[in-house]
Design a binder for this molecule. Structure first.
Ligand SMILES: *Cc1c(COP(=O)(O)O)cnc(C)c1O
Length: 257
C-alpha cells in the first residue's frame, strides 16, 4: 500500500493530539502535571516511510520491542536529527553489543547476566545507558521481568555496573478489559518503587515508572506512571500478532483492516 505522507502526517497529528489530551485529562484527575508524563511512541511493525513522517511531525523518540528490528530502523534512519531509540523488549545476553550501538535507553532489564553483558559493551564504547528494571507484576508465566520480591536484591547489585544508569521500573499489566485486574499491577509497581526509593544504593535513581499502553495508560497515570508506551493508539493496529512480541500472549491479535 502506498503512503500519502501528507495524509499520514495529518492522521498522526490527530492521534497524538488526542492522546495528549487524554493524558492531560488523566493528569488533572490525579492532580498531576502533564509535563511529568512522557509519551513514548511505540513503533514496532511501523515501517521506515511512516516513521520518517512521524519524525517530521515532531516525534523524536521511538520505542521498539525487538533488537533486530530496532537496529535495522536506526541504521536506515541515521540521517534524522535528534532521534532516540528506546528498547522496551526482552534482551538476550548475546545481543547486548547491538543494543549499545543504537539505543539510548533499555527498559527491560531483568537479569544480572544481561546487566553484565551490557555494561561490558558500554565500557568498550565509552558510553552509558539509561535502564529500567522490568517487573512482572501480573504473575503471568508468559511475561518477562523479575517477580516483585526479587527486585530489591537485584537492584542492590546494580551499582557494580558503572555504565548502567538505573532510572526506575517498568511493567506490562495484565491484558484485560477488567480494570480491577489491571490496576493492581500498576499499584504494585508504584509501591515497589516507593519502597526501593527509601534505601536505594548510591547512584541508583528510582524515579521512573514506565507503565501503561494504548489500552490502559489512563489507569497507569492515575497510579503514577512517568512514561506511557503507546503504539496502536498512535500508529493504528499492527498486522503482526502480538504473540510475535510476547511469547505466550493469549490476547486478541490485532489486525489491519
Ligand atoms: C507494543 C508494546 C507497547 C505498546 O502497545 P500498544 O498496545 O500498541 O500501545 C508497550 N510496551 C511494550 C513492551 C510493547 O511491546
Amino acid at each position: 500500500m502506498s503512503l500519502d505522507p501528507n495524509h499520514y502526517a495529518a492522521t498522526l497529528r490527530d492521534n497524538v493530539a488526542a492522546i495528549r489530551e487524554r493524558i492531560a485529562v488523566a493528569c488533572r484527575r490525579a492532580d498531576r502535571d502533564p509535563a511529568d508524563v512522557r509519551l513514548l511512541p511505540v513503533t514496532k511493525t511501523v515501517d521506515e516511510a511512516r516513521l520518517r513522517v512521524a519524525h517530521a511531525i515532531g516525534l523524536h523518540e521511538f520505542g521498539e520491542n525487538k533488537v533486530q528490528e530496532a537496529q535495522a530502523k536506526s541504521e536506515a534512519m541515521a540521517d534524522l536529527e535528534g532521534l532516540r531509540w528506546a528498547l522496551i523488549g526482552h534482551l538476550q545476553t548475546n545481543k547486548s553489543k547491538h543494543v549499545v550501538r543504537f539505543a539510548s535507553e533499555f527498559q527491560a532489564l531483568d537479569s544480572l547476566r544481561v546487566a553484565e553483558a551490557l555494561d561490558a559493551q558500554l565500557q568498550k564504547q565509552g558510553r552509558a545507558l539509561d535502564v529500567l528494571v522490568q517487573v512482572n507484576t501480573s504473575g503471568e508465566a508468559s511475561k518477562f521481568g523479575l517477580s516483585p520480591d526479587e527486585v530489591e536484591t537485584f537492584v542492590r547489585q546494580l551499582p557494580a555496573f558503572h555504565s548502567l544508569r538505573v532510572r526506575g521500573l517498568m511493567t506490562l499489566a495484565l491484558f484485560s478489559p477488567d480494570e480491577t485486574l489491571v490496576r493492581p499491577c500498576f499499584v504494585r509497581l508504584r509501591e515497589l518503587r516507593d519502597q526501593l526509593r527509601q534505601d536505594a544504593p548510591d547512584g541508583i535513581a528510582m524515579d521512573e515508572l514506565s507503565m501503561g499502553m494504548s489500552g490502559d495508560f489512563e489507569l497507569a497515570i492515575a497510579e503514577g506512571a512517568t512514561t506511557v508506551r503507546v503504539g496502536t493508539a498512535i500508529f493504528g493496529n499492527r498486522a503482526t500478532p502480538d504473540s510475535d512480541y510476547w511469547p505466550g500472549f493469549a490476547g486478541t491479535a490485532t489486525t489491519t483492516p
